[in-house]
Design a protein around this ligand. Structure first.
Ligand code: ADP
Ligand code: MG
Length: 848
């Protein structure tokens, strides 16, 4: 057979004659390179390091050919020519040194792998796949026989029938016990296995002769085992020691506690060893390197090797061989759910390619493309689902409410302040929805203190003018009560302006007996127009005469089901959810893609940024003095106790102690109050209203005040243990002050902040804008927290990195384009896509 090098020489000669235009082989030289390289690797009888090195170098050059310009191509071919000469020379040398005729294998050639006698089955590896007889010699990259799935023959039919949904225990070499271990990684089916992605990869492609090894590098060596033996260490471990030579030198390899290697590695055998070159007595050695016989398709060495997540009882080698088998057989049989027009539009590889590359990458670039493609799948399915939820929501008839627009205008004029432009815009969007006859499902997003409440109140007022009822649900009693007070104050102003005035009620678990019964009655009869409350609102007994508008405040505290329950109290009511969590817009589209979005991106006038300082522990006294001065000027303050691990009870106890200490030792002459999570709701309410009235000057609080409390006269917040809180939470705390035109301050104390805490403290000190902070948070910690805010009903993202905003945008756009063509995924070419989407959304789906 002609040497692969002479073959290549011929091709390149034509290419030179054709003027380096890369038209000589179909698909171009880049593609040809892969093919040629595999052929060459397979054809090489001698595992001679020199030749392998030359081969690698030529392959690398060939792959650069396509992207190169003519001049560079000329240089590349010249270089390759030289290397070919070297290779041919080396081939001649080898032939000369080995007189044996080429037809019979030379003595040094590795024996073909035996046809899997059961006894010889590698201990920690599953046995080889079913196709029998086993190919006498599996060569790198050559497609395995595609006849039968990699399962024992009698199970083949079963697996064929179940396809990718076949349980993994049916795979040959897996079995029940290993299936249980895989289950701990979330793998049940072949499909799960295909998307069980490596955590990382090690690049063992660098092939070197032994005499050129450098300490510390990660390399691959191919050589002949000269000697192998074992010895016991003092503590009873077995050490296997092998000497490996490639003609250029000798290197020692050791493995600990793997006595079975003695049966598997034999003197005279050619093996490939990959690992980090260590040092022993000044000489390079390999300690527990990856290894495998040189005559097989290489899986653990000499390539970019995948490193999988493991659990007890699973080894990397085992995982790799299972995955290799599964990927080889199944990847090409997976139907790609993503239509070709989308793949082409965004340049994504097809699914079989992506799966192959992500497990056993040829190079970093195709790997990156593959990962991105698989991540795209997730966000794309997510978007399709969200758009579908949105469409379903809008497909039912909603209330088209008509109200007296002039009366609403006068209600706005009767406010103690004028609305910001952003508030006007948001209100306008909400009112348009309410008039339209399509059920509203809108997210009102606004920085803390941006004035969301009044927007909701005005919308509720419009609904009242239209003759229907509204409900506002808040996550805590404190907030419900605060909203109630706000609304009552507004109603008084409207009454004062001679406008129709709604009847407003508060319904929390604290309201009981006759009062509760009366509210139930008023809601059922329609004489109560606006009710504010907590979970109490979604009790079964609560019924409305005509609930048309539902507001859910600080929605991250509510689960999807609670939202649905409140909505269920009316007939397709309009729904407004409000959140102060500033979410970058693209992420909002992803997390809340089923909702329309209104943003309050403007603060009421006269607000000054809250000056924020991170103080050293020894500056605590200064902080107290500062607070005292503010109080002397008539302002009020919060002191937030540190987050205490353990129970509410322990936290409450710590807060009580801190409160007593502050009252006794620091501010004996000032009026302090305490609020914590273990207090009864009446107590909390009493304390909060005393603070709101200014009777309490300094409020000591556990982190319960975090959300929504509005006392504009408070101008300082001191946060103890600030390192324990996340950025979003710190920003929420800070939002408790700065709610008036007084300059406000946020003081942070942290005993011994970690590095990441320091980064957070610096960020909060310098960044005042909630959206910028959210972006920072996203960069620092990833999107976990934002995802957390959506709670149940949101599918798990395995691959997608939600900080990759560009990918999110692409997915959104693609989903919209798809919805234009085929919203219900009815077209036959979208059958697999429809299946994939529903699989992705399996489990608790956002109800609509
Ligand atoms: P949040 O968006 O955090 O819920 P609130 O609705 O509690 O904010 O409003 C914060 C404070 O700002 C309240 O005291 C409210 O009365 C006041 N406020 C709201 N809108 C305006 C405005 N346009 N001009 C001045 N103050 C306003
Ligand atoms: Mg609020």
């Amino acid at each position: 057979m002609a040497s692969p090098f002479t073959q290549l020489q011929k091709i390149l000669k034509h290419e030179i004659q054709d003027g380096y235009r890369n038209r000589i082989v179909i698909g171009g030289i880049g593609r040809f390179a892969d093919h040629w390289y595999r052929q060459a690797r397979a054809a090489l009888k001698e595992h001679d390091p020199e030749i392998l090195l030359i081969l690698e170098a030529i392959y690398a050059d060939l792959r650069r050919y396509e992207a190169a310009d003519i001049e560079e191509r000329r240089r590349l071919i010249e270089g390759i020519e030289t290397r070919i000469q070297e290779a041919l020379q080396r081939e001649r040398e080898l032939r000369a040194s080995r007189p044996a005729p080429a037809v019979t294998p030379p003595p040094s050639e590795p024996a073909p792998a035996p046809p899997t006698p059961p006894v010889e089955k590698p201990r920690e590896e599953p046995s080889m796949p079913a196709p029998s007889p086993r190919p006498e010699r599996t060569v790198p990259g050559r497609a395995r026989s595609r006849g039968a799935p990699p399962v024992p023959p009698k199970l083949a039919a079963k697996v064929e029938a179940l396809g990718l949904d076949a349980p993994v225990h049916l795979i040959h070499g897996v079995g029940r016990e290993r299936a249980q271990r895989l289950a701990r990684l979330g793998v049940q089916t072949i499909r799960d296995l295909l998307v069980l992605l490596p955590r990382r990869y090690v690049d063992f492609r660098a092939l070197k002769p032994i005499h050129r090894l450098r300490i510390g590098e990660e390399v691959t060596v191919i050589g002949e085992v000269m000697d192998i033996g074992s010895k016991q260490t003092g503590n009873g471990l077995t050490v296997i020691k092998a000497l490996l030579t490639d003609g250029s030198g000798v290197i020692e390899c050791t493995w600990f506690n793997q006595p079975y290697l003695l049966d598997r590695i034999k003197p005279g055998q050619f093996i490939v060893v990959s690992g980090r070159v260590d040092e022993f007595l000044g000489r390079p050695v390999f300690r527990s390197p990856e290894w495998e016989p040189a005559d097989r398709e290489l899986l653990h060495t000499a390539r970019i090797v995948p490193i999988y997540p493991l659990t007890e009882g699973l080894t990397q080698r085992l995982m790799r061989s299972i995955l290799k088998r599964v990927v080889d057989y199944w990847a090409d049989r997976v139907e790609d759910p993503i239509p070709a027009w989308i793949r082409e539009a965004y340049g994504f590889p097809d699914l079989p390619t992506a799966l192959k590359q992500v497990h056993f990458p040829e190079d970093w670039e195709p790997l990156e493309k593959a990962r991105r493609r698989l991540a795209f799948d997730e966000v794309f399915y997510l978007q399709i689902g969200l758009l579908e939820v949105r469409r379903r929501w809008r497909s039912v008839p909603g209330r088209a409410l008509a109200f007296d627009e002039t009366a609403l205008q006068r209600a706005i004029e009767a406010l103690p302040f004028s609305l910001t432009g952003a508030q006007y815009r948001a209100l306008d969007q909400i009112l348009t929805d309410i008039r339209s006859g399509v059920p509203m499902n809108r997210l009102l997003q606004g920085e803390v203190g941006s004035g969301k409440t009044v927007v909701a109140a005005l919308a509720a007022y419009a609904v009242f003018l239209a003759g229907a009822q509204s409900a506002i649900m808040a996550p805590t009693e404190i907030l419900a009560e605060q909203h109630y007070r706000t609304l009552i104050a507004l109603a008084e102003r409207w009454a004062g302006a001679g406008l129709p005035t709604p009847t407003i009620r508060l319904l929390t678990s604290g309201v009981s007996g006759a009062e509760r019964a009366q509210i139930y009655g008023e809601l059922a009869e329609g004489t109560c127009h606006l009710v504010v409350g907590t979970h109490a609102l979604i009790q079964e007994e609560v019924a409305f005469q005509d609930l048309a508008f539902v507001v859910i405040d600080e929605q991250q505290r509510f689960g999807v089901l609670q939202r649905a329950a409140l909505r269920g109290k009316g007939y397709n009511p309009h729904v407004l959810v409000m959140t102060a969590t500033p979410i970058p817009r693209t992420l909002a589209l992803t997390l809340y893609g089923d909702l329309d979005l209104s943003v309050l991106d403007e603060m009421p006038p006269g607000r000054r940024p809250v000056l924020t300082r991170w103080l050293m522990p020894e500056e605590r006294e200064r902080a107290y003095t500062f607070i005292r001065r503010q109080v002397e000027q008539g302002r009020q303050a919060y002191i937030i106790c540190p987050l205490v691990e353990g129970s509410d009870k322990i936290e409450a106890k710590a807060a009580v102690e801190e409160y007593e200490r502050l009252q006794r030792e620091v501010f004996p002459d000032l009026r302090l109050g305490l609020i914590h999570g273990r207090m009864k709701s009446e107590e909390k309410e009493a304390i909060m209203s005393a603070f709101a009235r200014g009777e309490i000057q300094i409020l000591v609080a556990t982190p319960v005040v975090e959300v929504g409390v509005d006392v504009p006269n408070a101008t300082v917040i001191l946060i103890e243990g600030a390192d324990r809180f996340g950025l979003a939470q710190l920003h929420q705390f800070r939002g408790r002050v700065g709610r008036s035109s007084y300059q406000s301050y946020c003081l942070l104390l942290a005993e011994s902040p970690s590095e990441s805490a320091i980064e957070r403290l610096r960020a909060i000190e310098t960044i005042y804008d909630g959206f910028q902070l959210a972006q920072k948070d996203l960069e620092m910690r990833g999107p976990g927290d934002f995802l957390g805010t959506r709670q149940s009903g949101f599918p798990e993202m395995r691959l997608a990195d939600l900080t990759d905003l560009r990918l999110l945008e692409i997915a959104r756009e693609a989903a919209e384009r798809l919805a234009e063509r085929d919203p219900d995924l009815q077209a036959p070419e979208h059958r697999h896509l429809a299946e994939a989407v529903s699989r992705f959304w399996q489990g608790p789906v956002e109800p609509s």
